[in-house]
Design a protein around this ligand. Structure first.
Ligand code: GLU
Length: 553
């Protein structure tokens, strides 16, 4: 009896060979240097910033090199599957312009010539490879029960030996083919294990594109390659899929670094060149002075939904991810303000080895800069999208007053140093409520008057101003001249300087009077350019605001 007989008994239906698959999935016809890479999540339904980060990097590298980026769904762990997870993944990534050239495009459909891209549909392919391993004495069935594995573990703990299924502890490694054959014929349950040729005393060095050369002891564990349910384990599926899908670069999170000795060994056993590996360090967080990984459980900013809900524009998140990905990006961006992420060339050796530190303040700053540079119409459209989902009342208001809102968003925008009021869409309403009568009426009003605080004086100034001086048609200069005249009429100096030289002669200066107008109309002592605000208001609204003021102070 030979290994072949055993392999045929286990896989009676496998009638293709590895060569058949190699022909079906030939080497890709891409130009030199093109990177073929993938995002390979489990369909667990939760997309976190680590996923977005690694797929963002992989997508960027593939685009930069005119390569291929594909989506493979790793659903061999049937217990972790969540309904609708693929749709979710696609949508969450698309929000950040992460799209795929190949792979799954919905829960059930896919595109591309290297599929199936859903691992559970690849059983026949895996079986062909496992059969090949069995035939060549590189794998064997193992019949250990849970209890037996437990016993092995206890013995190892007692002797202070390494834990695992290897060497003399690998109970079925030396089992006869006949015995295995008979047990399987009798319906005994089994898994298939790798017959590892590795020697723990020897070293293997693997080059990682991010971390450099890493030296490990060789793998000597007879790892499970096929589970009892007939599906391969992650390690074996990685070998088969990334080989047949002709992946050139594995870009993934560094929780997989420790599996490298196994992965490289598997490729060697199959006799093919392993892909290049780039392990990305996780995004870290400073938690009261200690650096730790962002946690799904503790940190809301770990979930992509957080950014969506907060209304941080996706472009800002992308810019931020790029600053985390390549340490030279920020400097490049500063020097190339008119360019976009697509113009920047990503490099593996500029990835922070220790893992970027998540910094909300920095993200907010990036977002502020970004939002100050887009046009008012672009801003308006994004705000509309955001409020439609998260603030229907405000959505209706800005839809009703479209031009007014765009005008408001345009204040001090198209200039060399634009205003930087907003870092997210969720902040807009609280910064501009006073512009809309509907919101003004019901908002709590805390008039922030400063130097001039006498109620009668304030009301007198305002009434005189609208009746005698204010004209909607005035340009900014005339408008200001009139405020100066108004100041003079009330005993305030027309220039700040005059007042400073002769403080006894005046009640205050033109700045104090302008402040009265600003606060009377908006309640705020700090607002964007008052002239522009008043221009948007028009005379009737100004009169209404004075009435409100009388009622409220
Ligand atoms: N399914 C694995 C994960 O979700 C993929 C790891 C890899 O990219 O090789 O982490």
């Amino acid at each position: 009896m030979t290994n072949k007989d055993l392999a045929n008994l286990i896989f009676p239906d496998v009638n293709k060979t590895i060569e058949d698959y190699e022909k079906m999935y030939p080497k890709r016809n891409l130009k030199e240097g093109a990177v073929v890479t993938r995002f390979a999540p489990s369909p667990t339904g939760f997309v976190h910033i680590g996923h977005v980060f690694s797929s963002f990097v992989a997508n960027k590298v593939a685009k930069d090199t005119n390569g291929v980026f594909y989506l493979r769904i790793e659903d061999t762990d049937q217990e972790r599957i969540v309904d609708g997870a693929i749709t979710n993944i696609l949508k969450d990534l698309k929000d950040y312009d992460i799209t795929f050239d190949e792979g799954m495009i919905s829960e059930t459909e896919e595109k591309g010539n290297y599929g199936p891209y859903l691992q559970s549909k690849r059983k026949e392919i895996y079986h062909t490879f496992i059969k090949y391993f069995l035939e060549n004495g590189m794998a064997y069935p193992c019949f250990c029960s849970k209890e037996e594995l437990e016993e092995i573990r206890n013995a190892q703990e007692k002797r202070k030996d390494r834990i695992g299924y290897y060497g003399r502890y690998a109970k079925y490694r030396r089992n006869s083919i006949e015995d295995a054959y008979n047990r399987i014929k009798n319906g005994e349950k089994f898994v298939i294990r790798l017959k590892s040729p590795g020697d723990f005393a020897k070293k293997v060095t693997v080059k990682d594109l991010v971390k450099g050369n890493i030296t490990f002891p060789e793998n000597d564990m007879d790892i499970v390659i096929m589970k009892q349910d007939g599906l391969p384990t992650y390690h074996f599926a990685h070998l088969v899929d990334d080989y047949l899908m002709r992946t050139t670069h594995i870009i993934r999170s560094d929780e997989w670094v420790s599996s490298l000795p196994v992965h490289v060994q598997l490729f060697q056993m199959l006799g093919v060149k392993p892909p290049k590996y780039a392990h990305l360090s996780p995004i870290m967080k400073d938690d009261n002075g200690t650096k730790r990984k962002l946690s799904k459980r503790k940190d809301p900013e770990c979930a992509m939904h957080f950014y969506h809900k907060k209304g941080i524009p996706t472009e800002a998140v992308k810019l931020y991810l790029m600053t985390l990905a390549n340490t030279n990006f920020e400097q490049w961006m500063d020097a190339n303000k008119d360019k976009t992420i697509d113009d920047f060339e990503f490099s593996f050796n500029k990835i922070s080895k220790s893992g970027g530190l998540f910094d909300m303040e920095k993200l907010n700053n990036i977002s502020k800069n970004y939002l100050s540079r887009i046009t008012a119409v672009e801003f308006y459209d994004m705000l509309l999208n955001y409020t439609k989902e998260y603030d229907v009342e405000f959505f209706e208001l800005i839809s009703k007053y479209k031009d007014f809102t765009i005008g408001l968003l345009n204040i001090e925008r198209q200039q060399k140093k634009p205003r930087k009021d907003y870092s997210s869409f969720s902040e807009v309403r609280e910064l501009v409520w006073y512009m809309y009568d509907e919101l003004f009426e019901k908002h709590e009003k805390n008039y922030e008057f400063t130097n001039i605080s006498d109620k009668d004086e304030i009301i007198k100034i305002m009434k005189t101003y609208v009746e005698k001086y204010y004209d909607e048609k005035d340009d900014q200069q005339t408008w200001f001249e009139k405020i100066k005249d108004l100041s003079e009429e009330f005993g305030y100096s027309k220039e700040v300087k005059q007042y400073k030289e002769n403080p006894d002669k005046y009640k205050g200066h033109v700045g104090d009077v302008s402040m009265v107008i600003r606060v009377a109309l908006t309640t705020k002592s700090m607002t964007p350019n008052l002239y522009d605000i008043m221009k948007l208001f028009g005379k009737q609204r100004i009169i209404r605001r004075i009435e409100e003021l009388k009622r409220n102070i």
